[in-house]
Each structure stands twice: as C-alpha cells, then as structure tokens.
Design a protein around this ligand. Structure first.
Ligand SMILES: [Zn+2]
Length: 429
C-alpha cells in the first residue's frame, strides 16, 4: 500500500502526515517507516479503542510488529487532560516503544505530554475531527487546577482516516469546524497587531493558514478539508512557537469560559463550540470598527483610567478568582496611561482607515459566519448553551486581561470604546 501523504511544511517536528479514506490500513507501514525497530504501544479509551484502536492493534499483529499491551482508559466518565495523568503514562511507558495515541484531543494531549516527558516521538491517530491541537506543539492541560499549555513536541507522524473520523459523534466534528472558522477573526487580530506595528505578520505563516482558510471552511460537511485546515493551523503554531497565527480574542474569550468551567446539560461545552461563539462576538466587534469612522466614534471614547482605577477595575472583573494567579499582573503589564495612552490613541487614529480596509478583507461577515456555524451544528448565541447574558459579556471584558497578546479587545479598550462596542454587539445578538 502506498502511503497517502499530505505534504508537511519544512522545519516542523511532524515528519509524515497521512490523510484520507481507509488510511488506517497503512498504519503499520507508517510506523515502520517513521519509527524503525520500535514496538507500537497504543493508548486509547474504551470508545476510541472500538473506533480504531482494536483495528490498529490487529493490523500491527498481522504485520508481525509485536504490539505491546495497550493502555486503555475507561470510556466514561469523560477523560480530562490532567498533567498528572501524563506523568503516570510517562512512568509506565515501555522502553523502546512508539506510543500510538488513538483518540480525540484529550488522549492526544495526554500522550503528547507523556512522550515529551520521556523524550520519545509518538504517532497520533485521531478519531474525531474536533480540534487543531493534534498537530500543534504543546498540550492543553490542567495543572494544579488551572488550564494551561504544557510545552512538548508535536507528533512525529499522524494517521487521519476520514472513515474513522466520520464515526465520531456529530458534535465533535461541529466543534472542529467551529475551531477552524475561529481562525478567520484570529487572523484579523494579527492584522490589528501588524497594522499598529506591534507584532508583524510573517508572510510564510500567513500563507500557510490564513491565505487558504476560506477554501477549508466553505463546506462544513467535508471532513477531509476541515481536518487539513486544522492540521495547517497546528503547523503554523509549531513554526511560530506561539498560537498567534491561529488564535485571537475569540480564543481568549473561550479561555475565560473554560476557566469558569462552563457546562451545558451536565457536560463541559467543547472548545470548538466556545471559540465558535467567540468568533461571532469578535466578528461583530470587528464590524463595529469597519462600520464607523474614527471621528464618528470620538464622542463615545471614554477617558483612560489612572493606575489605581484600572487596578480596581481588574480586581472586580477577576472577582471569581478562577483565572490564574498571573491574570492581574498580565493585565497591568500592558496598561497605558497619560502620554503613553494619548500616543497609542494617535497611532490608532492614524491607522484606522487602513485597519478598516484590511480587516474587512479578512473577516467573513457576521451574518454569514452565524449561518455557517448553525449549519455545522454549533451554538452561536449564549442562550444556545444556557448561558446568561452577564457571564457572556463579562468574558469579553475579562478576555482582554489574561494575555499580553495584542488583539482587537486591546484596541477597543485603549480607545475607550470597549463598552460602546459591547453595546453594539448586544443589539445584534
Ligand atoms: Zn482552538
């Protein structure tokens, strides 16, 4: 069997990526090619074992590869990405094996971190087209109760069989689509930072993901295309060593809800659903910028706070205490007052028309993005996941605090327009 490989960009840790219908059958060939002499060690859960693990094990046996005894987590309750589980996995990982992560984002992240701890390469066999994290560096983990990204290398090889991906529950694919559409306003945030000279766009990485994003999101039923797009996002993150190319304030809003443990009908709301809702929010806020001239908005601009006032504002936004110890300090790091704030507002004013043009060319209009998300089966408004308006809007104000990455939220905050822009959004939910 010839491997159905998809080219991977040079300079990343991932060496080989196979994608297509029936490619699971070529897994033994992929493992022999990428990990010569290593014994496959499958890590799965009860569900993903049934979806692909069992078949992979039998294929390894038939190929005479002597697979090691698999490690299978229970299918319920839902597994969570806790660093302690990765440390356990690393401890029991057999010598001279190639870990084969058969599962969705959580299993992949657990094996990714465990492999990182042991400094071995691993193979990822995704069973759901649900996140962009499969090909990214680092794992989304809970450490001491806080969600964070633990640094570890991306998979060395990936085997994404679209027939396997198609067996995952429909909401998982919808979530993957949500995470892919979110790259569009994420790219617009990079345009904001680039236009203001804060974080220049890297053309090669822009072309790898953003220049091709429209072609990947134009059909929410094409699993191969969506997975390909999610994989490209992961590569861009690997190369940039930061999620900037694929993530903006829609992800920051989602992080706030993640830290608050947002649930619907007793289950955590998926990452893709949260960033999909974040996408609707930030797209609408971008339209606020596009649809108003700077002069039109000038009377609505609030004066900046002094340091003590800002500290008090931050403390009241973080009052739930679930946002990590560093949030307040991170927010103060980018705080501007007096001349520094006046200078920033001048810069934003001078760049406003250019920003409007560039952002307009990047974003998908909010009416279209809502329709696309609804068609894919994603929530678009707070009531879709039983969320109250207060929690919904609080996340927008708080998302601006938690990272130093410059986004639209910083631009709106610095110009004193964040509250007016939020009212613009409220009128359009
Ligand atoms: Zn994401």
């Amino acid at each position: 069997m010839t491997l159905k490989t998809i080219p991977v960009p040079p300079g990343i840790h991932t060496n080989t990526f196979v994608l297509g219908s029936g490619v699971l059958e070529s897994l033994p060939e992929l493992i022999s090619l990428c990990f010569p002499g290593k014994l496959p060690w499958i890590v799965a859960d009860d569900n993903t074992w049934k979806a692909a693990g069992d078949r992979a094990f039998k294929l390894f046996e038939a190929a005479g590869m002597k697979p090691l005894k698999p490690y299978i987590y229970p299918g319920t309750p839902r597994l969570h990405p806790v660093l302690g589980y990765s440390e356990e996995l690393a401890k029991i990982m057999p010598e001279d094996c190639v870990p084969v992560a058969v599962g969705s984002g959580v299993i992949n992240d657990l094996v990714k971190c465990a492999s990182g701890i042991r400094n071995v390469n691993y193979c990822c066999v995704p069973t759901a087209c649900s996140v962009d994290g499969y090909t990214a560096t680092g794992g989304a983990m809970t450490v001491n109760g806080f969600k964070t990204t633990v640094q570890c290398p991306a998979p060395y090889a990936l085997c994404a069989d679209t027939d396997v991906l198609a067996t995952a529950p429909a909401p998982m694919f919808a979530a993957g689509f949500g995470d892919l559409v979110a790259k569009v306003p994420g790219g617009a945030d990079w345009i904001v930072a680039d236009t203001l000279g804060i974080e220049p766009i890297v053309p090669y990485l822009w072309n790898l993901l953003q220049a091709r994003i429209r072609s990947w999101v134009d059909d929410s039923s094409d699993m191969g295309k969506v997975f390909d797009g999610l994989a490209a996002a992961g590569y861009a993150i690997q190369i940039y060593k930061d999620s900037r190319p694929a993530s903006g304030c829609e992800h920051l809003i989602s992080h706030v809800w993640e830290m608050e443990g947002v649930q619907y009908e007793g289950e955590d709301v998926s990452h893709g659903f949260k960033v999909g809702m974040g996408t609707v929010i930030t797209t609408t806020l971008f339209e606020y910028v596009i649809n108003h001239s700077f002069n039109e908005l000038r009377p609505k601009m609030k004066p900046g706070l002094d340091r003590a006032g800002r500290e008090a504002e931050i403390a009241s936004l973080l009052v739930k205490g679930c946002y990590g110890d560093a949030a307040a300090a991170t927010a103060m790091k980018k705080f501007r007052e007096g001349d520094a704030l006046a200078e920033r507002r001048k810069l934003i004013e001078s760049k406003w028309p250019e920003l409007q043009t560039r952002v307009k060319a990047q974003i998908i209009p909010s009416a279209d993005v809502k329709r696309m998300l609804v068609e894919a089966g994603c929530p678009t408004k707070p009531s879709d996941i039983g969320m109250g308006m207060e929690q919904y809007l609080h996340a927008i104000r708080t998302a601006q605090l938690i990272r130093t990455r410059y986004t639209l939220l910083d631009l709106l905050y610095e110009t004193g327009l964040l509250e007016d822009a939020i009212q613009y959004l409220v009128a359009r939910i």
